[in-house]
Design a protein around this ligand. Structure first.
Ligand SMILES: C[S@@+](CC[C@H](N)C(=O)[O-])C[C@H]1O[C@@H](n2cnc3c(N)ncnc32)[C@H](O)[C@@H]1O
Length: 339
């Protein structure tokens, strides 16, 4: 038998129809299935009733989730797996469903016109029909704003903990997180390093949600909010400036402008930490980074993701004397620039 005949279309089909599985999970989250199972197992009949499902596909839906590893079934009773119990139960502190709820509500329909975006280079979200930009849309509805900000905390949780461990915080006293959202990074940094004080520099609407989250974590005395717009005026000064999932939202000139502003706001010896799903320098392996970049096409007029090498070059051009790239967790890495 030749090697060619061992080639099968399985991977192509799996990928091509991958949205079947993806949407099954997103609907389970939308229906709050995992939260319903927070207190123990339920039968198919009980779940059908609680989730208000039609009988026709209820069993197939639940068993599809079993086969996808998102539910366990013992006898005729369904329960959460260790993963879904921890990350998809709404009341769990590690809940990451917020980002998936938003993916279900907005991105799933918008990605349907990816081909048009690839042809035109234009965003495919609300902006396409004359609506406002990404942040204006998210921030126009208080419920959506809360969902987005807590979704960012969930999405950045692992990277935040890794940054708390991997960067030599003992050498620095103050940190400004530019676009720090709910405060996911600052809270992890201050919980891990009792000498640190932090400021979140973000749009005014974010303030009350940040203050509440800092308070819940017992950090109101060491964390403060500074309202501002990073396109207007300088950034606040601190020993360390962090930017998580910020640069990929903007075009190249805007990226460079933000790095320049960070350089100007740092003292000699200060550090800029940029983190997100950096594309690998060879541009081959970090699939999540590439897909996130396509998501920037869908969501923004000029945003794109980039490699650690790209970011290091922009930092050097801004004046940083030393740069290094370090892997954090999963698809996330950080670029550190020292002034
Ligand atoms: C994608 S979120 C990143 C949140 C957080 N850094 C993280 O990694 O989880 C982008 C953040 O930038 C903030 N932002 C957007 N435009 C801004 C502006 N012009 N000035 C200040 N903050 C802005 C948003 O409010 C939001 O908190």
């Amino acid at each position: 038998m030749s090697t060619a005949s061992a080639v099968t279309p399985e991977r192509i089909m799996q990928l091509g129809l991958g949205f079947f599985a993806s949407k099954t999970l997103l609907s389970a989250i939308e229906l709050d299935l995992f939260t319903e199972l927070a207190n123990g197992s339920l039968s198919a009949a009980e779940l059908t009733k609680r989730l208000n499902l039609h009988q026709r596909s209820a069993l197939d839906f639940l068993d599809a989730l079993v086969s996808l590893g998102m539910l366990d079934r013992k006898g005729d009773r369904y329960q959460n797996t260790d993963e879904t119990g921890q990350f998809l139960v709404r009341t769990s502190p590690a809940y990451i469903g917020g980002v998936l709820e938003m993916a279900n509500e907005r991105l799933y329909p918008f990605w349907g016109s990816l081909t048009e975006g690839l042809r035109t280079g234009a965003p495919q979200n609300e902006a396409k029909t004359g609506g406002p930009g990404l942040f204006e849309t998210l921030y126009s509805d208080p419920k959506r704003l809360c969902l987005f900000l807590s979704a960012m905390t969930g999405l950045s949780f692992g990277a935040a903990r890794a940054i708390a461990q991997k960067f030599p915080w003992k050498d620095y006293k103050t940190v400004v997180d530019v676009g720090g959202a709910q405060g996911g990074l600052l809270v992890q940094l201050c919980l891990a390093h009792s000498h640190l004080r932090g400021t979140n520099f973000d749009l005014p609407m974010v303030g009350p949600i940040f203050d509440e989250y800092a308070g819940t974590n017992g950090l109101s005395d060491r964390l403060k909010f500074q309202s501002g717009n990073f396109f207007e005026g300088p950034l606040p000064s601190a020993d360390v400036i962090t930017m998580g999932h910020i640069l990929h939202d903007w075009n190249l000139d805007e990226k460079r402008m933000l790095i320049d502003k960070a350089y100007k706001a740092l003292p000699e010896g200060g550090a800029l930490i940029v983190f997100e799903a950096l594309i690998d320098d060879e541009r081959r392996t970090n699939t999540f980074g590439f897909l996130m970049s396509l998501n920037m096409l869908i969501e923004t007029p000029g945003g794109f993701d980039y490699t650690g090498k790209d970011c290091s070059e922009w930092m050097r051009a801004a004046g940083f004397r030393e740069t290094r790239v370090e892997h954090l967790l999963g698809p996330d890495s950080m670029v550190v620039g020292i002034k």
